[in-house]
Design a binder for this molecule. Structure first.
Ligand code: CMX
Length: 428
């Protein structure tokens, strides 16, 4: 059975050949145009990137290598990483090899903890995580080999090394940040008997008598792992990596984008919204009270966290997966019931308001309530969980970009003056 590196080494020549032929035969074909509104509007809908690990058809939601995410919700994060990279789910033997390889790499250098301890106590856990990633840059195998002088066609091999090291270390670092930041006691060491999700759950130190939290962690790591490459975090990783910055630089940069409230931080904002509601109404609000609350919220100029999406036009299937989990394991929990109630009321309000193109819940709308239920109540930590998961996808994307020799990303910008002149010329 091949290792993941051998499997990729088998696949990459054909991938390169295919790409070369597409470029040779069809390089001049026009696939789209861009309007002035798109230039000023965050490039929404502009087809300008290639991402083979996953796709997000607006009416279907996330497909990883063509497989709907809902069909992968019960897989291990390691299986999904294999799928992201190779386009195939691993057989038993390949999975064993991958898991054994990742386990060997579960070592975090002591200086990472020293740097984290030296940070101000009120540092956001995402600032801590991204600092930890950046401070490990000196460990980059790609950087070391690049300095020695390697062939371009071998870049992916050392990027894969960095990816495997980073993926193996991040759950340990994230759990360490959790215990340090919230005074949970000593760090809990990684357990080599456990898979990534179970080990992460154990290192966080959440009581888990029925292994439900372990199940949730595995699912959480799978659901957030990838979402094409146009979103803020993934596109940042790809842009930084395209300068041949190593994966530590690139992932740290991308995860700084994930820390924004319109992106990954929405999950912490979401739970805050739910808790505010519960406090305000001293329990579960009625539909009518919630409608009014949502309108007041919108009228005060705020967005409803966890609702809307730049690409999706349906209820995010990742939200569906969390909802199903909640209905199975904590249907009677008040916080979870408020999440369900918001789902029943808010889309209608957003439709009536008529601004959001997508009035439906995204991945962040429901996950926080489940974490809260199991006792992970420090909601400014939630984006860290997202980041640990998203590193699987963006790392796979970067390995593939290196394998196909993707060039430095450098689109052209124009001035507002240029646009004004352009539209004037068009009019005449
Ligand atoms: N509540 C209120 N207004 C919303 C809204 C929401 N949940 N979603 C969109 N809108 C508004 C926008 O703010 C925008 O208003 P203006 O015209 O006044 O600027 C208008 O509707 C049109 O926006 P859009 O084209 O539908 O949405 P965008 O592609 O510009 O933005 C997103 C997408 C996710 C940033 C936006 O829906 C939002 O802010 N949602 C709340 C935050 C959130 O849940 N983010 C997490 C997304 C998932 C992730 O990346 O992790």
């Amino acid at each position: 059975m091949p290792t993941i590196k051998e499997k990729l080494a088998e696949q990459i020549p054909a991938l390169r050949e295919e790409l070369k032929n597409i470029m040779k035969d069809h390089g001049n074909k026009v696939v789209g145009e861009i309007t002035v509104a798109q230039i000023f509007g965050g490039l929404r809908g502009v087809r300008a990137l290639v991402c083979d690990t996953s796709s997000v058809p607006p009416e279907r939601g996330l497909l990883i290598r063509g497989i709907p995410i809902i069909e992968l919700a019960d897989k291990l994060p390691e299986e999904v990483f294999y799928l992201l990279l190779t386009g195939e789910l691993p057989d038993e033997e390949s999975l064993k090899l991958l898991m054994a390889d990742l386990k060997k790499r579960r070592k975090v250098p002591e200086y990472v903890w020293n740097v984290l301890k030296a940070m101000p106590k009120d540092s956001h856990p995402m600032a801590m995580l991204n600092t930890a990633i950046l401070v490990m840059q000196r460990e980059s195998v790609f950087k070391k080999m690049y300095d020695k002088g390697i062939k371009k066609e071998d870049y992916w091999i050392y990027t894969l090394e960095d990816a495997m090291n980073l993926i193996a270390r991040l759950p340990i670092i994230a759990a360490g940040i959790y215990r340090m930041k919230y005074n949970k006691g000593k760090r809990i060491p990684s357990d080599p008997k456990l898979d990534m999700g179970a080990d992460f759950a154990k290192m966080l130190g959440i009581k888990d008598p029925n292994s439900e939290f372990t199940k949730l962690m595995r699912m959480y790591l799978v659901l957030h792992s990838d979402h094409e490459s146009g979103n803020v975090s993934a596109s940042t990783v790809q842009t930084v990596a395209s300068a041949l910055s190593d994966l530590y630089y690139a992932v740290s940069a991308g995860m700084n984008g994930l820390a924004g409230p319109l992106h990954g931080l929405a999950n912490q904002e979401c739970l805050k919204f739910v808790l505010d509601l519960k406090k305000h109404f001293k329990g579960i609000p009625s539909d009518e009270d919630l409608r009014k609350f949502a309108w007041d919220w919108l009228n005060s100029g705020k967005v409803i966290p966890g609702y809307g999406h730049a690409v999706l036009r349906i209820t995010d299937p990742r939200f569906d997966a969390f909802l199903k989990f909640g209905q199975t394991y904590c249907a009677k929990d008040q916080i979870f019931q408020i999440v369900e109630k918001i789902f029943n009321v808010v889309p209608q309000v957003l439709m009536e308001q008529g601004k959001a193109k997508d009035p439906w819940p995204n991945v962040d709308a429901g996950s926080g309530a489940l974490l809260w239920y199991y006792g992970l109540k420090e909601f400014d930590f939630y984006t860290v969980l997202f980041a640990v998961s998203r590193t699987l996808g963006v790392s796979a994307q970067t390995v593939i970009a290196r394998a196909i020799g993707a060039p430095i990303i450098r689109p052209k910008s124009v001035t507002t003056e240029w646009i004004k002149n352009f539209v004037t010329q068009q009019a005449s």
